[in-house]
Design a protein around this ligand. Structure first.
Ligand code: ADP
Ligand code: MG
Length: 274
């Protein structure tokens, strides 16, 4: 396969949607794996106490495991908690453990509570120098609390997965308003760069309608590639794998690889524009 263009500086994505079960984790993990498979250096930061991204990437996240909690709450450098994902040489993960569930409360009284992840990530990228990741994906919990705010402050790009279901656009204006508030007050560089339609079932009219409606609202942000509903995608995490390593040429894997290629190309195009 044609190698993807590599960005000149680290692109940091927050994968967000305050709804649960819309494909945030699946998208973060599989785009990361697809980019790593194409040769990019990729870091996934698991910011959901459930630790689903850590599970899907096959990295340890028992409660004693050093994790993103220690980074955010105890100032432990990311380099001390990062783990290699076993399936791709250039794919790393900052795991989440159950301790992260308490961080939302602990953060409230901390100094610069919205900037903790950003500071840690900037230090990590700077220290890595030439070896810095090309892409970082932050997998958010299904809420708009301080953990998600930390992710928005640490990133420049927001990637919103939208499930091709009846209530797809419900709650989206609230999410976009929150992103605007963050942009105004905490992170002027933040923008929704990418929307990915997921769990598409081509047999239903409803799915067609949702795709049409979302494209109409967000003509520039929605990727051409749509992720189909696929059993291979949903069973890969139980083997501690992305669908890219689990079944490289399955339709689900091919769609995430194509979406990753689009993201890489779009980024490159934007660079040329500037
Ligand atoms: P979120 O992180 O937004 O809560 P997940 O990525 O965990 O959502 O996805 C919710 C559920 O849907 C999981 O069981 C996941 O395996 C499944 N899933 C996600 N994307 C697909 C897909 N394209 N096809 C089939 N199942 C999917
Ligand atoms: Mg999730």
């Amino acid at each position: 396969a044609e190698p993807f263009p590599v960005p000149p500086r680290t692109r940091v994505f927050t994968v967000a949607n305050q709804k649960g079960g819309v494909g945030k984790t699946t998208t973060a993990v599989n785009l990361a794996a697809a980019l790593a498979q194409a040769g990019a250096r990729v870091l996934v930061i698991d910011l959901d106490p459930q630790g689903n991204a850590s599970t899907a990437l096959g990295v340890e996240h028992r409660s004693e495991t050093p994790s993103v909690y220690d980074v955010i709450i105890n100032d432990v450098p990311m380099a001390e908690v990062v783990q290699a994902s076993p399936d791709f040489e250039t794919l790393d993960c900052i795991p989440a453990t159950i301790h992260l569930a308490g961080a939302e409360i602990e953060l409230v009284s901390m100094v610069a509570r919205e900037q903790r992840l950003r500071s840690a990530l900037e230090a990590y990228i700077e220290q890595a120098g030439e070896r810095a990741p090309h892409y970082v994906f932050i997998d958010c919990p299904p809420s708009l609390g301080l953990l998600t705010i930390n992710a928005f402050v640490a990133a420049r790009e927001v990637l919103i997965p939208i499930q091709c279901e009846y209530y797809a656009l419900e709650g989206l204006s609230q999410l976009l308003n929150n992103i605007k508030l963050i942009e105004r007050h905490l992170n002027p560089e933040l923008a929704v760069s990418t929307i990915l339609l997921t769990m598409y079932d081509s047999r239903t009219n409803l799915a067609h309608q949702v795709v049409h409606e979302v494209r109409e609202h967000f003509p520039d942000e929605v990727l051409d590639t749509v992720i189909p509903r696929s059993v291979r995608i949903s069973e890969a995490p139980s083997y501690g794998q992305s669908v890219i390593s689990y079944d490289l040429n399955s339709p689900g894997s091919l769609s995430y690889r194509e979406a990753a290629a689009e993201i890489a190309r779009r980024g490159a195009r934007k660079q040329e524009d500037n």
